[in-house]
Design a protein around this ligand. Structure first.
Ligand SMILES: [Zn+2]
Length: 249
């Protein structure tokens, strides 16, 4: 039986019961195990772990826990590059794309609104989500930390807040994407990318009011849905402004 002392930092504490937060505590292992096992048994999904130090030394997920180890577990730091130190961080993604679980449909729409590639279907099963995330190197966003613990999931984040709009802020801040917002680039309905089209080419598909008042149109390359800066556009712009200014409301 091994005994190790664990301490979790930053947002990883969200996964722990209150008495284990922001403090060192002892954890007993019934049998020798790789450090990833007790971390996940304590509730923290591995894709959120960015750095593990054992007595000050950086280790990887398969490090075998020794009796008396002092283990510090850190989340991703937004302001600090630990890629040279970390032995658990995967290859950074050059272009972040998402896949979302069935409970996050509104978040998917918001992400698309802001121009991010957000794959979502309201009937994805957990295995399918994990497989797709792994095969397509997408970041799995979920409210269910269990699916993040599947070993094939490399990139993932467990969404904490409960309203869709703060979710967006939380995700953009976590992945440092606020500067990469490009509105009106994604189809809200299917996640396809939008291309500008001439008014003539879509004229016969427009409501007559729209035909009278608008000149600029985009079309979804995948499903053919047409977009223009209609009445909802101002509300959308306000939403984007709120996001850009990091404001909750
Ligand atoms: Zn579409």
């Amino acid at each position: 039986m091994e005994q190790a002392y664990f301490r979790f930092y930053g947002k990883l504490n969200d996964f722990l019961p209150p008495y284990k937060r922001q403090t060192s505590f002892v954890h007993v292992l019934k049998e020798p195990a790789a450090v990833k096992d007790p971390i996940e048994a304590l509730g923290v999904p591995h894709p959120e772990v960015a750095l593990i130090l054992v007595s000050g030394e950086s280790v990887n997920f398969s490090y075998l826990v020794q009796d008396g180890d002092r283990i510090s577990v850190y989340p991703k730091f937004r302001s600090l590059d630990i890629s040279l130190l970390s032995q658990v961080q995967p290859q950074p993604l050059t272009h972040i794309r998402f896949i979302l679980d069935v409970h996050l449909g509104k978040l998917a729409t918001y992400l698309r609104l802001l121009g991010f590639d957000a794959l979502y279907q309201n009937d994805y099963q957990d295995q399918e989500l994990a497989d797709l995330a792994s095969q397509t190197k997408r970041v799995l966003l979920t409210k269910d930390r269990g699916v993040l613990k599947r070993s094939i999931v490399t990139y993932g984040y467990c969404v904490r807040e409960s309203n869709p709009e703060p979710h967006v802020l939380e995700v953009l801040q976590h992945f440092d994407l606020v500067g990469e917002i490009t509105p009106l680039q994604r189809c809200l309905r299917c996640n396809g990318s939008l291309q500008p089209v001439s008014k003539e080419s879509v004229c016969d598909r427009l409501p007559s009011q729209t035909r009278q008042h608008y000149e600029e149109f985009s079309i979804c390359q995948a499903c053919g849905n047409i977009y223009w800066k209609g009445a909802h556009h101002e509300r959308m712009q306000q939403f984007i402004d709120r996001v850009l200014h990091h404001k909750h409301h």
